[in-house]
Design a binder for this molecule. Structure first.
Ligand code: F6P
Length: 554
């Protein structure tokens, strides 16, 4: 953290907002630098129990964090001082939390079975949309709706990017055992035509249904892919009227959808009170409903609602999203950690880190507070990860011996019965547990030397090599485990990370719900594209101009 105790040197600079808590936490962090997590585990018999909490099918064990009871208390005091308890209410009652865009933030309403009566209009709109979504799923699964050659639909392709892609794609992949066999669901995001051609490879235009999924319907990539998909359909011999049979759309921008030739009944709404990265619970998740069926989609929502209820009502010290967030604050602001890894030990969750990247980094990758003052303290860390055990054979080296502090969430599924290869699942779980343990205990110089002697090396060679084998250990991790990966537990997991993101953004006093940072690149992209076509001159930096020159003249 920057100088947490001093106030900003300029009026437009914001120091860490809770000076007293920060002072206490800085002092505690200094004491922790000499602490071993193993001693913390040994010194308090009930530590595992005390540093665990459970909700909505998920068990969080954060006893292997570099965090004493006193530090946890100080973090909870900071959360209370920040007004987190009343802020979380704002998430459920429609306050305009996204003040830079003048919008409420109501993604929780998308999965709520009851809500504030003041939100009746929104509830009615969600209910109507959900019904229309379900009708379409039924029509496609039953073969009632047919393509232009009167064949049933066999493949659904979601055309969208960012929040209109990552969430649905990740959920569809994560819930493979739950797929309905009537259709296959595919995703295409990149404006690179290779993405669309790879997606369409082997698909039959006569039996393919596209969903143009874009909150704004202004997104270059999605609009371009939608046009290409349309051309692909027409090139196969379909007439213009086939658009109505082969294209659906989800958007707040109904006019553009209509202009594309999509009839009203094929367009489902989005609302400006749902952020793109929080939207998989809305019609943006249509592809999920096609892949799983409406019943399983509703299970996903039900799991998320369970986590919402937990977040809203559990005391802070037993609150899973709050605990994850406070750990983030602890490492980012008091240990200068700049990254965080999420490693799911489940192949079907391989895309979870990508989804969480947008959720966390687009929400909390911010540098000014609500008043527009520049922050003197750090916000969202770089979030990354991949499925275990694959990462063990590549980047885990850095976890064990690298110079970077990277706290890790290990996601474990303990009783997965959905696969026949039980041994493989047990091996996977053993790998996850062993990684967390190796990070904790490490291996000292003497143990390293002994292991080399046991391998038959002579004394001198063993002494020379031993430092290379030393693993310092004391690297923090949490495990987040459930018994089965189901639509319900997945829904709860995603809501957990959504709320964690909210808590951290609240404590950092930033707007987690806008994304102005991505706009400049989009505008410059349009300028450069116009220059590439020779339609505009453009006033570019020397490097961009040189590359454009090469493109023009070889
Ligand atoms: O450019 C960023 C972004 O606006 C994300 O916030 C959003 O999820 C994504 O683009 C896609 O936007 P849309 O759904 O409007 O096409």
């Amino acid at each position: 953290m920057g100088d947490s105790s001093a106030s900003g040197t300029q009026s437009n600079t914001a120091a860490f907002p809770y000076p007293d808590s920060a002072l206490a936490l800085n002092a505690l962090a200094a004491e922790h630098r000499d602490l071993r997590i193993e001693s913390l585990l040994e010194s308090v018999a009930a530590r595992v129990e005390q540093f665990s909490c459970t909700a909505a099918g998920w068990h969080l064990d954060y006893s292997r964090q570099l965090l004493s009871g006193a530090a946890r208390e100080a973090l909870l005091a900071l959360a209370r001082e920040s007004g987190l308890e009343s802020a979380r209410e704002g998430l459920f009652d429609g306050r305009p939390l996204n003040h830079t865009e003048g919008r409420a933030v109501l993604h929780t309403l998308l999965r709520a079975t009851s809500a504030d009566p003041a939100l009746q209009d929104e509830i009615a709109a969600v209910g109507e949309c959900r019904q229309r979504m379900a009708d379409w799923v039924e029509r496609i699964h039953s073969g009632t709706h047919r393509g232009y050659t009167n064949q049933p639909i066999s493949d659904v392709v979601n055309l969208g990017i960012g929040g209109s892609d990552l969430g649905p794609r990740m959920v569809v992949e994560a819930l493979r055992p739950y797929h309905h066999d009537a259709v296959r669901v595919h995703f295409c995001a990149n404006v690179d035509p290779d993405d669309l051609s790879a997606t369409l490879q082997g698909l039959n235009p006569a039996t393919t249904l596209f969903i143009i999924c874009s909150k704004t319907l202004k997104t270059e990539e999605t609009l371009h892919n939608a046009k290409s998909a349309r051309n692909w359909l027409l090139a196969a011999g379909a007439g213009e009227d086939a658009i109505a049979q082969h294209f659906l759309a989800v958007s707040t921008n109904l006019d553009v959808a209509r202009e594309f030739g999509i009839p009203e009944q094929n367009i489902l709404p989005m609302w400006d009170w749902v952020g793109g990265r929080y939207s998989l619970w809305s019609a943006v998740g249509w592809s999920i409903a096609f892949a799983l069926g409406t019943g399983q989609f509703e299970e996903l929502l039900a799991g998320a609602e369970k986590m919402d209820e937990h977040f809203r009502s559990a005391p802070l010290e037993q609150n899973l999203p709050v605990c994850l967030s406070l750990l983030e604050i602890w490492y980012v602001n008091f240990f200068s950690a700049q990254c965080h890894a999420v490693i799911p030990y489940h192949q079907d969750l391989a895309r979870l880190p990508s989804f969480l990247q947008q959720l966390s980094m687009e929400s909390n990758g911010k540098r000014v507070n609500h008043q527009g003052q520049t922050l003197s303290y750090a916000t969202a860390p770089v979030l990354w990860g991949d499925a275990g055990s694959n990462g063990q054979h590549s980047f885990h080296q850095l976890f064990h011996q690298g110079s970077v502090l990277c706290p890790i969430d290990f996601i474990l599924v303990s009783g997965d019965q959905s696969r026949t290869d039980t041994e493989g699942k047990q091996r996977l779980l053993a790998n996850g547990l062993s990684q967390a343990r190796a990070l904790l205990t490490g291996r000292d110089l003497e143990a390293s030397r002994q292991s080399l002697l046991q391998r038959g090396l002579d004394k001198d060679r063993a002494a020379a090599l031993a430092p290379h084998l030393v693993i310092p250990g004391n690297r923090p991790s949490s495990s987040l485990s459930c018994e089965q990966l189901t639509p319900e537990t997945l829904g709860a997991l995603l809501a957990l990370y959504e709320h964690k993101t909210f808590c951290s953004g609240h404590i950092w006093q930033i707007n987690s719900f806008d994304q102005w940072g991505v706009e400049l690149g989009k505008a410059l992209g349009a300028e450069i594209y116009a220059a590439m076509l020779g339609e505009a001159e453009g006033n570019f930096d020397a490097s961009t101009a040189a590359i454009l020159e090469k493109i023009h003249h070889g």
